[in-house]
Design a protein around this ligand. Sequence first.
Ligand SMILES: [Cu+2]
Length: 276
Amino acid sequence: MKPLACSLVLAGLACAANAETITITQVGLSYSPASVTVSPGDVVRWVHTGGFHDVVHGRGCFEESSDGGILAGHPFFDLPLTGSNPIAEWTVPDAANGRIPYFCSVGQHCEAGMVGELRVVPRAGSNVVVIEQQGLDFIPLNAVASPGDTVVWNWNNGGHSVHTGDVGNCINDDYIALPLDQDDDQVIWQIPDDYPTGTQEYFCIYHCFLQHVGTVEIVNPCAATDINCDGQVNGADLAVLLAAWGFCSGDCPPDFNEDGVVNGVDLAQLLGSWTS
Ligand SMILES: [Cu+2]
């Protein structure tokens, strides 16, 4: 686990400030730009310039799960974009699919190509924990992450979902209720910075009774100098640092100041936070 991207001293405020507003302009029968990259917490703002339009989450000119399917919570948005409602806004939730297609449901606008897509990616600087769906397994079965991290579930085959809730009885609590299938091949969960530690259980709503379930253990991030993340900064961490002494590129935990070299500066930082 890496330390939180945002300062603990400024927790909350500093992290919320990372949220961005992404503006998409309606131009004739198009959204410009048609594809944008967003992260959980960001605000998507569509701006009207003329005519009657809307923005509806869905693909193939059909509103997402408008068949009243098993996946509650869809569509994410269905907002007018007209002269009297010239700005439509939607905040990307903690958890969303990796691609969120949308279209204009007015007249034949969608058929004429008035479609767009939000591509959801982990927040910049967020540590990413990946879980792979394979058949009726989530791998790893028990993942570990910290508040501020991003959990990504990758679809591999079949039709599944990611639902949080009462795993024992397979009852969803609607915090996360997202498809994980060929169309929605990624679920991205930005764990809120104030999310409680403990075990977050989740399941596939189609195969919960077949034990298609998993957990994410939410643990406090450890200090950077606690290299082995055992809650202590001690000889074990010192040994790791000394073993990496010298030039160190890429992912190099003992290089605390990330200057490409493990040296006395890093050593001083470790000794300065010595706990035992
Ligand atoms: Cu499943």
